[in-house]
Write a protein that binds this ligand. Structure first.
Ligand SMILES: [Zn+2]
Length: 295
């Protein structure tokens, strides 16, 4: 038993450990939610388990040479790719490098485990570039993509990876607050679809006295824009929680504008987590929306 082992009191970690022990671990996983260090710590446990030379049930044993190198972040078969957490930082050139690297067989272990940090900063071009290798990876390859929210990924990516939510799940929200947040998000999105500055400010006014509502509504606003992006790519996911709004947004806004809006929500959510000034946040929200819809 090592300190790098899974915490079996945590339901997600227990599930992942069981999947590893069964030998049926998905070749591509997305770890979303939680904080960046939480996601990375979990990814490292998974990577160590996959390269560990002890039996599947014992991994990560913490004592084999693979576990030791993994713990020291020096295992040659755990390529770690990271970028700054800002829009489109995960460049398509970087993805091409990952693709080429994936075809080189492992040095020491039976597996090669790619950890991609801040994968949510991958633009559409990068996502399309990584798609092929996610579709048909060499048998020895595993991918672990870390992101703040899976909503930034194209449906084609999501259909090829298994998503696990780290930390608090969105679904655990109080129903009433969620309903209010959805309504507020829809109003904002509707105003954005109308590309009307005044309507946008009016729709955002509901957050003026309610910092908590904004915190809850931002991920929902992002979901609406992500749903619109899926419509734009003719890949609606069938959910009808947002009614006709995603369709309207897809008609009125360009792919670029929608990508910008999804990215902007990420930045705003990061500011909220860092307790940024509420009024400045609101101004930023309105400015971002107006900028995106005027393109
Ligand atoms: Zn080991």
């Amino acid at each position: 038993m090592s300190t790098a082992d899974f915490n079996l009191n945590n339901p997600l970690e227990a599930t992942l450990k069981a999947m590893l022990a069964s030998g049926r671990f998905p070749h591509a996983v997305i770890l979303e939610g939680g904080s960046a260090p939480e996601r990375l710590t979990l990814a490292k446990k998974l990577a160590a388990s996959l390269v560990c030379s002890a039996g599947k049930a014992e991994a990560p044993c913490g004592v084999c040479s693979h576990c030791k190198k993994a713990a020291a972040d020096s295992h040659p078969d755990i390529p770690f790719y990271t970028v700054e957490d800002k829009p489109r930082a995960f460049k398509v050139e970087y993805v091409r490098d990952i693709r080429n690297n994936a075809y080189i067989i492992p040095n020491e272990a039976d597996k090669k485990v790619f950890i991609l940090e801040n994968a949510h900063t991958m633009g559409v071009e990068g996502q399309n570039a990584i798609l092929k290798i996610l579709e048909e990876p060499p048998s020895y390859v595993n991918f672990i993509l870390l992101c703040s929210s899976k909503s930034v990924f194209l449906p084609t990516i999501l259909s090829r990876a298994t998503v696990f939510t780290v930390g608090e799940a969105k679904a655990e929200l109080d129903d009433e607050i969620r309903a209010a947040a959805v309504q507020a998000a829809l109003n904002v999105a509707k105003a954005a679809a109308a590309t009307d500055d005044f309507e946008i400010v009016k729709a955002a006014a509901v957050f003026e006295k309610d910092a908590k509502l904004l915190k809850v509504a931002l991920p929902v606003i992002q979901e609406v824009f992500a749903a619109a992006m899926r419509e734009k790519y003719n890949a609606p996911d069938g959910g009808d929680e947002f009614g006709t709004i995603p369709g309207e947004l897809a008609l009125k806004l360009s792919r670029r504008a929608l990508t910008d809006l999804v990215d902007a929500c990420d930045r705003l959510m990061a500011s909220v987590r860092m307790n940024a000034n509420h009024n400045l946040m609101l101004t930023a929200l309105c400015t971002t929306l107006r900028k995106a819809v005027s393109k």
